[in-house]
Write a protein that binds this ligand. Sequence first.
Ligand SMILES: [Zn+2]
Length: 209
Amino acid sequence: MNEGAPLAGRPSAIAGPVARLIEAFHKLPGIGPKSAQRLTYHLLRAPESEARSLAQAVLELKEKIVLCSVCQNVTEADPCGICSDPQRDRASICVVEEPLDILALERAGGYRGLYHVLHGVISPMDGVGPEDLKLDELMARLGNGSVEELIMATNPNLEGEATAMYVSRLVSPMGVRVTRLARGLPVGADLEYADDLTLARALENRQEV
Ligand SMILES: [Zn+2]
């Protein structure tokens, strides 16, 4: 930073690159204007290597991460680590809204089956219909008859319930058992934020849809 540069008198006291990074951080979920400023000024003071490794990590996220062609989770290798793990139970698929939900369920522990990420929920208000979700990919996995149970782990809110019902109707002709996470998860809450014990219990005590 050029300490001697006169900042007063300019329409904005913030240099262009600083303002642009603040703006970029501010666009991220959960980052308000104050946090965006703090992060930016932190990087400004940090060693160049720290800034470079952050920039590199962001780029690699876009360059190296793909969707697993089986479960649609984000992965560096396709199929992903879970789908290619011979120890996982192939008779059970846990259907979630977002990749982060898999992290939450894996952290909670206890589940040894496979997953499927829908990448959203049916939400007419937001213009999201069944065709916008990874449902064809899910149906394709049920074709060979090896899957016995679908655990609908969509969030316990209106859209999550509607999506679970929709999938349940969709797969019922295929003779696959469909279950839903047990109540006990706070209604309206995000799976992602549920504590591990609650999540593990909800999974253990799942009920038929
Ligand atoms: Zn996978």
